[in-house]
Ligand binder design. Structure first.
Ligand SMILES: [Mg+2]
Length: 284
């Protein structure tokens, strides 16, 4: 990544992280852990890799993004708002009655959302359908599929992956958010995932494992995936649930949290203040 690109992507990541915290604090509850773990991946996509036109969300030549772990809506909304798909004021309407930003992503409500998700596993099949349709049309566009590690408990994911691999749909890039936790505990406790990279390789994917909080590593992995047209592509993002804020990283139960005590509000205020300083420096 060139220096200027790197600076812009890091700046976008700081803004997205700040907005996620701010919108959830305003709402008073929400899926903080699995939103924060994806901040860097979203910043790389929308800050560099993704083809889109914020003023024309349905542009036929766009790449598609499917957030199968739809409960991480806040990371997608923050990114879309920062990239100009809709006004930032919408962020504080998260999950209100009649909002354009429901807690789980909905393609009929939010500009820039390509798939309605949240019922775990189903987004994987949607992404496969989208990628297959693009391939039939002869499109060169990419489909990026975000799937959670806990979500991989759903058998549907493996049906979808089998199809991607069998049909060599290399332009659908699977990004697994391997944050080692899910709603009920650690992924090891709930349903041991075995070695994710080996599993994906055995399905026929070219699989890379990268530090999912390192924007340069993610960017380089996407470049490699784009060069591989021979097989399906998977990037395992080695992430931290609650990434970027020690309080949320260390909270044992950080899947969905409530802003109902001084401790969480103080930690959030401090994190936002720090990110605001970083953003100010980045914009200088
Ligand atoms: Mg997880």
């Amino acid at each position: 990544m060139e220096e200027k690109e790197l600076k812009n992507v890091k700046l976008l990541a700081a803004k997205v992280r700040r907005d996620v915290l701010s919108m959830l604090q305003h709402r008073g509850y929400g899926h903080v852990g699995g939103s924060l773990s994806l901040v860097e991946a979203y910043a790389v996509l929308y800050g560099k890799q993704l083809r889109y036109d914020a003023s024309n969300p349905h542009w036929d030549e766009r790449d598609r993004v499917v957030l199968s772990k739809g409960h991480a809506g806040p990371v997608m909304y923050s990114t879309l708002a920062e990239c100009g798909f809709f006004p930032k004021e919408w962020l504080n309407t998260l999950n209100d009655g009649g909002t354009r930003l429901p807690s789980h992503t909905d393609r009929l409500k939010t500009p820039g959302v390509d798939a309605t998700t949240g019922s775990l596993g189903q987004g994987t099949s949607e992404a496969v359908g989208i990628a297959q349709a693009l391939a039939v049309k002869g499109s060169k566009n990419y489909t990026y599929l975000f799937v959670g590690d806990g979500e991989l408990n759903e058998g549907q994911c493996w049906e979808a992956f089998q199809y991607l691999a069998a049909k060599k749909l290399s332009r659908c890039i699977v990004l697994i958010d391997d944050n080692k936790k899910q709603l009920d505990g650690t992924t090891d406790e709930v349903m041991y995932n075995f070695d994710l990279a080996k599993k994906m390789e055995s399905f026929g994917f070219k699989t890379q494992v990268v530090n999912g909080q390192d924007v340069e590593a993610i960017d380089a992995a996407i470049d490699v995936a784009k060069q591989n047209a021979e097989t399906a592509n998977c990037i395992v993002l080695d992430t931290i649930k609650g990434a970027g804020v020690p309080y949320f990283e260390q909270a044992v139960s950080n899947h969905s949290m409530k802003w109902n005590n001084d401790e969480i509000n103080k930690a959030t205020d401090e994190a936002i203040a720090k990110l605001d300083e970083e953003i100010e420096r980045g914009e200088a």
